[in-house]
Design a protein around this ligand. Structure first.
Ligand SMILES: Cc1cc2nc3c(=O)[nH]c(=O)nc-3n(C[C@H](O)[C@H](O)[C@H](O)COP(=O)(O)O)c2cc1C
Length: 416
C-alpha cells in the first residue's frame, strides 16, 4: 500500500521513526512528509533512510512530478503522527501552505491523526472544536492517551504508542479486506502462551510456547473489526504490552489491560485458564484456543521448596491429567459459536493432516489449526506453518511469518 506519513513539530516525532519502520517492514511504500518544524526534532536523513524514499517538505520541490498533489492522489492512507495543535487547526481550516497541507487536501484516502500536545492545549476549546470538525469530516483519530508529557507533567495529550498507531492503520487498511464485514462486531476469545503447573513454590512444569502465534491471531481479528479478548498465559508482558490497570469484571487472580483495542486477561495454570475460559466463552462468538496447555500436573504440590538433601539422589513426581479445556468448551458451545483448537505436533509416522483430522474429531471443535513443532521449529521463532482443517478437509495451508499464518487462520474462520 502507498502510505503517506505526515510528521509535525513535537518531541513525539521520534516515535514516528518506529512507526515508519513497522510499516516498511510490512512491505508498504511509505512516503514521509514532515513539516519544517518536524525537521527540528528529527532530521531528513533519518526519514529518508528509514522510509527508503525521498523526503521533501516544500511544494516547490520536485515540481515536475506535481508532488504537491501527487502524493495525496496516490495515497491509500494518510496518517499524521504526531499531529500538533497547529497542524490540526490548519487541517480544520483547510490551509495548504506546505506539502503536508496540500497532500491532505488532495487526498480522498482515509486520514488518521495521532494528536500529541500538552493537556492544556488539548483541552482548549479551539483544539476541541477543530477535532470535532475533523472527525465530522471522517478523519479518524487514535489517542491521545493519558500519561507522562514532555516537561514531567502528566495528563491527556500523550501520543499513542507507535504499535497502537500501527494497529489502527492495519484496521483502517483491512476494512474491506476479505471477511472484514463478517468480522465487524463479532466477539473473539483468544488464548495464547503456555500454562505452568506448579511443583513447589519456585518450580513448575511448563512449555516453550511464547504466545506470539495467538497474539497475532488476536491482532488479525481486531484489525478486521472484531472485539477481541486475549487470555495471555504466562506471556512476556512486553510482548502484549500490558499496563497494570485492573478492569472491573476481570477473573480473580488475573488482571486486565489493553493492547491496541484488545482486552487482555491473564492466567497461569491450566486450572486458572479453565476458570477464565469458562467464565468468558459464552459471551464470545469465536473461541480460539491457541495457548499450549499442559496435559499433566503434579498430583500434590509441595508447600515448601523441594530440596536435594530430602530426596536422596532421585525424585519421583506423580503426575495426573489436567482437564481438557478445548473438549469441554466444544461440548458446551452454544448455537452459532465457532470453536477453534490448536495442535502442536512433532513429526511422526502419520502426516500432520492425519493427526489434525483425528484431533479435531476427538476434541469436537469446528476447526483445528495444526503446526509442526520441534527443537528447531514452531517455538521462539517468527515463522510458522499452519494447517487448518474442518470436518470436510483442509481449509487453509499457510506458511510464513506468524502474522501471515494468523491472517490465513482468521480468513478461514471468517469463511466459515
Ligand atoms: C520542544 C517543543 C516541543 C513541542 N511539542 C509540541 C507538541 O507536542 N504538540 C504541539 O501541538 N506543539 C508542540 N510544540 C509547538 C510546535 O512545534 C509549534 O506549534 C509548531 O508551530 C508546530 O508546527 P507544525 O504543526 O507545522 O509542525 C513544541 C515546541 C517545542 C519547541
Amino acid at each position: 500500500m502507498f502510505i503517506v506519513v505526515g510528521v509535525t513539530g513535537g518531541i513525539a516525532a521520534y516515535k514516528t521513526v518506529q512507526l515508519v519502520r513497522l510499516l516498511v517492514k510490512d512491505g508498504h511504500d511509505v512516503h514521509v512528509v514532515p513539516t519544517d518544524d518536524a525537521l527540528r526534532f528529527v532530521g531528513m536523513p533519518t526519514w529518508e533512510a528509514i522510509s527508503r524514499n525521498t523526503v521533501t517538505t516544500s511544494v516547490h520541490d520536485d515540481v515536475a512530478q506535481v508532488r504537491h498533489v501527487a502524493l495525496g492522489q496516490q495515497a491509500d492512507l494518510v496518517v499524521v503522527a504526531p499531529a500538533t495543535a497547529n497542524t490540526i487547526a490548519k487541517m480544520a481550516a483547510g490551509l495548504a501552505d506546505d506539502l503536508l497541507g496540500t497532500t491532505l487536501l488532495a487526498t480522498t484516502a482515509p486520514v488518521l491523526i495521532a494528536p500529541a500536545m500538552h493537556t492544556e492545549m488539548w483541552r482548549h476549546p479551539a483544539t476541541q472544536a477543530n477535532i470535532d470538525t475533523l472527525t465530522s469530516r471522517g478523519v479518524h483519530m487514535i489517542g491521545p492517551v493519558s500519561g507522562e508529557l514532555t516537561g514531567g507533567d502528566s495528563g491527556p495529550g500523550r501520543v499513542s504508542e507507535p504499535e497502537d498507531i500501527y494497529a489502527a492503520i492495519r484496521r483502517e487498511l483491512e476494512q474491506g479486506a476479505p471477511g472484514s464485514a463478517a468480522a465487524a462486531g463479532t466477539r473473539w476469545l483468544v488464548t495464547a502462551g503456555g500454562t505452568r503447573e506448579p511443583l513447589d513454590p519456585v518450580r513448575y512444569i511448563g512449555n516453550r510456547s511464547s504466545g506470539r502465534q495467538g497474539l497475532e491471531v488476536a491482532r488479525a481479528a481486531a484489525a478486521r473489526g472484531a472485539d477481541v479478548t486475549l487470555v495471555a498465559v504466562n506471556m512476556d508482558p512486553g510482548l502484549v504490552r500490558m499496563t497494570p490497570e485492573t478492569l472491573p469484571g476481570a477473573a480473580e487472580g488475573s488482571y486486565a489491560s489493553h493492547e491496541s483495542g484488545i482486552r487482555i486477561l491473564t492466567a497461569s495454570s491450566t486450572e486458572e485458564l479453565r476458570d477464565v475460559v469458562r467464565e468468558e466463552a459464552d459471551q464470545h462468538d469465536v473461541v480460539v484456543m491457541a495457548a499450549a496447555v499442559s496435559d499433566y500436573r503434579a498430583a500434590d504440590v509441595a508447600q515448601d521448596k523441594m530440596r536435594k538433601e530430602d530426596t536422596g539422589g532421585a525424585l519421583s513426581i506423580e503426575l495426573v491429567e489436567t482437564p481438557d479445556i478445548l473438549a469441554e468448551i466444544a461440548a458446551s458451545r452454544r448455537e452459532g459459536q465457532t470453536i477453534v483448537g490448536f495442535a502442536a505436533e512433532t513429526p511422526g509416522e502419520k502426516t500432520l493432516a492425519e493427526r489434525a483430522f483425528a484431533k479435531r474429531e476427538r476434541k469436537g471443535c469446528d476447526l483445528l489449526a495444526a503446526n509442526e513443532v520441534g527443537w528447531d521449529r514452531g517455538f521462539e521463532r517468527d515463522d510458522n506453518h499452519l494447517l487448518v482443517v474442518d470436518e470436510m478437509g483442509i481449509v487453509a495451508d499457510v506458511a510464513g511469518t506468524k502474522r501471515e499464518t494468523a491472517e490465513g487462520l482468521v480468513t478461514a474462520i471468517l469463511a466459515r
